[in-house]
Design a protein around this ligand. Structure first.
Ligand SMILES: CC(=O)N[C@H]1[C@@H](OP(=O)(O)OP(=O)(O)OC[C@H]2O[C@@H](n3ccc(=O)[nH]c3=O)[C@H](O)[C@@H]2O)O[C@H](CO)[C@H](O)[C@@H]1O
Ligand SMILES: [Mn+2]
Length: 333
């Protein structure tokens, strides 16, 4: 059963359903000097692979399962994938991305007492995060000694980046963009194709795989994904720099997990917006006018503080409950 796009051949087949030029042209050039053709032949591959499993599910050109999940939207109103468990075939998706064998950088900060979160984050990441892909965790810390020795899978690395200590947690949270920009430019740009920025105070519980990769990926905030957009807690004062009019704004995203093509987000986000997240609201503004090419459901960042509702079939990462007074240098929130 071939869809319309299949019949038309490779030109409409993208590796992740984005409308990005690099991908719609059917090829993708990695910094690793390989040009990878994402063409209809992956359908062959996926057929072979899936025939080994007991359940064969029909998938569309994006590797999405066709008949499952009618309780959630699996596409945004600007036609990019909205990723939920049960809307993609993990085997197909992995096979598509494995062809380009991308190098993925994960940038995390562990300054001051936040080094206590490293072990849980890294150990669980090694069980669930982009397994069988090339991953480097860039750990920005003021305390290299406290970076735990964690057993890493093949092709996976840890790279420690030293940053100054901070007296105020605000300086770390806001300083992340500035410090990351310097090291991305100096080092990471030569070492990775995709980059994720993540909070460290969280643990992986289930697959967080290649379905998360795209030009610009953002995660729906668990607290607002069922809320009408007129009720999003955006800046509504018209005079504010971060003002978003009532009829605008697609989704309310979290700033604790996001990512994309390294070069692209370096040029558009890091290099020109070193202080993007000085205001969380500027992040929304950016995503409003530069729409994500992949939206990830709140499965991609849940929280141990919250009950798990019926539409969340899988929690992939969850934010830990923490004692803010204990872990932050100046306490408080
Ligand atoms: C899940 C979520 O909505 N996260 C947001 C929320 O997180 P949180 O309240 O969870 O913020 P947080 O304490 O996790 O701080 C964000 C991150 O900064 C780093 N860090 C922070 C303080 C410090 O002393 N040392 C250190 O390394 C660490 O990587 C941490 O994960 O609010 C923050 C600002 O208040 C940021 O907007 C976070 O993205
Ligand atoms: Mn956090």
């Amino acid at each position: 059963m071939l869809s319309q796009a299949h019949r038309k051949g490779k030109h409409e087949i993208t590796n992740d359903g984005t409308s990005n030029l690099k991908e719609t042209s059917g090829s993708f050039t990695c910094k690793c000097d390989k040009t990878l053709h994402i063409s209809s032949n992956w359908v062959q591959l996926s057929k072979g692979q899936r025939s080994q499993s007991a359940h064969v599910h029909p998938t569309n050109v994006f590797g999405s399962l066709i008949h499952l999940r009618t309780d959630v939207n699996s596409v945004t109103n600007w036609n990019t994938p909205l990723v939920w468990e049960g809307t993609f075939d993990p085997v197909v998706i992995d096979a598509i991305y494995k062809k380009m064998d991308p190098r993925v950088a994960v940038v995390v900060f562990a300054v001051g007492k936040y080094t206590c979160f490293l072990k849980g984050f890294l150990e669980s990441g090694e069980k669930h995060f982009l397994i069988d892909f090339r991953v480097t965790y860039y750990i920005f810390t003021d305390n290299e000694k406290d970076v735990p020795k964690v057993e890493l899978g093949k092709g996976r690395k840890i790279s420690v980046v030293t940053v100054p200590s901070a007296n105020r947690w605000q300086d770390v949270v806001l300083g992340r963009m500035k410090w990351a920009t310097i090291t991305i430019d100096k080092q990471i740009r030569n070492e990775a194709d995709y980059l994720f920025m993540m909070d460290i105070d969280s643990v992986f519980h289930n697959r967080f795989g290649a379905e998360s990769l795209s030009q610009l990926s953002a995660v729906l905030h668990r607290g607002n994904y069922k809320v009408l957009k007129t009720n999003f807690p955006y800046e509504r004062r018209a005079k504010s720099r971060a003002y978003i009019p009532l009829d605008e704004g697609d989704y309310y995203y979290t700033a604790a997990v996001w990512g994309g093509y390294l070069e692209d987000i370096f040029i558009h986000i890091f290099r020109f917006m070193k202080n993007l997240f000085t205001s969380y609201l500027q992040y929304f503004e950016y995503l409003l006018y530069n729409k994500p090419t992949k939206v990830l459901s709140p499965e991609y960042l849940w929280s141990d503080y919250d009950q798990i509702p019926a539409d969340i079939k899988v929690v992939r990462i969850s934010q830990l409950i923490k004692d803010y007074k204990k872990v932050r240098p100046n306490g408080g929130r």
